[in-house]
Design a protein around this ligand. Structure first.
Ligand SMILES: *Cc1c(COP(=O)(O)O)cnc(C)c1O
Length: 397
């Protein structure tokens, strides 16, 4: 493994922390370790750093600084948005609308709420993973309190019509939350233009540190504290601030927004190269997700007669880090709920591969990856009795 140069193509799972980010964080472990709540200046310096990061992040969304609440990552932000809204608005109603392709941080929280007397409607998506707006509208009831639809999907990269969903929610006086963990710091987002009331994001998906993220909560939304204790985060999220994490999150956001178009441009070129070459060179494959409304970094292919896990293991032997349709629930053999929701049959969903690039990847790496995928798919198919039958029956026709 040591002498293999890693080709990292799993940036939807996590990204490499940028050197500028770790450098910005370091002083807050060593010299400036004060508690932001203290009165002495060591604490005040830490407090200032937290405020600066909050201001910067708010500005990237067109939000106010006091609408940004730091959390321990994307999952916490998602849990908080759903559970606290459900509790705060229970007297208005107990109905929530979401989609079938959400991250498990949303879906499993919905399951938790269902056990506590809430009703959840899971809206279908079309074959490209775009939510069916008519179905969404039809699902709205007088007791609907919240719509939660992800900004962009982590498996197939499909970007949802967020502004349209926000408008529908606003017209009917329903709170709109979006899990923007894959989208924030990758695509431009304006919470006002898109009528977003709550938004989740996570540092480690855009070259920031792990275990830090935020929830944007629009002024006027009355949800309460998620973690009880001290008065941090305006009394809504107790616990001494993760100062180095917050500083790193702020730095990562700053870098991302300074280079948003440039990064997206580079990623799009790498992505389109992979999509084109794999599509041309590997027979019996299918691109999953929407060709146009797609994150700049996402490639997701299904290969017939292939087990995704075997493909991943073989790619790993060549130093290529990727993921398959069931990566998030490793150990489970269930195919991805996202691929099933876009209508893939089980056996095809099993043979899927997600490659997510970053601007640091190169065309040479893409070239090596295409060659590796081509070779491995061919080798695995040659060992498959199903593939053999398929080829024979095709010849006989
Ligand atoms: C990664 C991810 C999460 C979870 O974020 P963590 O910071 O890892 O908790 C939630 N939603 C989506 C869409 C993600 O991609």
């Amino acid at each position: 493994m040591e002498d293999l140069k890693i080709i990292y193509l799993d940036n939807a799972a996590t990204t490499k922390t940028a050197p500028e980010v770790t450098e910005a964080m370091l002083p807050y472990f060593t010299g400036i370790y004060g508690n932001p709540s203290s009165v002495y200046s060591l604490g005040a310096s830490a407090k200032k750093a937290v405020m600066d990061a909050r201001d910067l992040i708010a500005s990237t969304l067109g939000a106010k600084s006091n609408e940004i609440y730091f959390t321990g990552g994307g999952s916490e932000a998602d849990n908080w948005a759903l559970i606290a809204t459900a509790e705060a608005y229970a007297s208005k109603g107990r109905h929530i609308i979401t989609s079938k392709i959400e991250h498990h941080a949303i879906l499993h929280t919905c399951g938790y709420l269902e056990k506590r007397g809430y009703e959840i409607s899971y809206i279908d998506v079309d074959e490209n993973g775009i939510i069916k707006l008519e179905e969404l509208k039809a699902a709205i009831r007088p007791d609907t309190i919240l719509i939660s639809v992800m900004f962009a999907n982590n498996e197939i990269g499909t970007i949802q019509p967020i502004k349209e969903i926000g408008t529908i929610a606003k017209e009917r006086g329903i709170i709109f939350h979006t899990d923007a963990v894959q989208a924030y710091a990758h695509v431009p987002i304006s919470v006002d233009e898109m009528n977003i009331d709550m938004l989740s994001a996570s540092g480690h998906k855009f070259h920031g540190p792990k275990g830090i993220g935020f929830l944007y909560i629009r002024t006027g939304i009355k949800i309460k504290s998620f973690l009880h204790g001290g008065g941090q985060e305006r009394g809504r999220r107790a616990g001494t601030e993760n100062v180095p994490g917050i500083v790193g999150l702020g730095k990562a956001a700053q870098l991302a927004f300074e280079h948003l178009e440039e990064r997206a441009g580079k990623e799009t070129r790498l992505r389109d190269y992979l999509i084109k070459r794999i599509g041309e060179e590997v027979p019996y494959c299918k691109l999953n997700g929407d060709a146009g409304r797609r994150l700049a970094n996402n490639v997701n292919y299904s290969f017939r007669f292939i087990e995704g896990e075997s493909l991943l293991i073989s790619l790993d032997r060549k130093g290529i880090c990727a993921s398959s349709g069931s990566a998030c629930t490793s150990g489970s053999l269930d195919p991805s709920h996202v691929l099933l929701a876009i209508g893939l049959p089980h056996e095809i969903a099993h043979g899927s591969l997600r490659l997510t690039v970053s601007e640091e990847n190169t065309i040479e790496e893409m070239e090596k990856t295409v060659e590796a995928v081509k070779e491995i798919v061919e080798r695995l198919r040659n060992m498959s009795p199903l593939y053999e039958d398929f080829i024979k029956s095709n010849k006989n026709v």
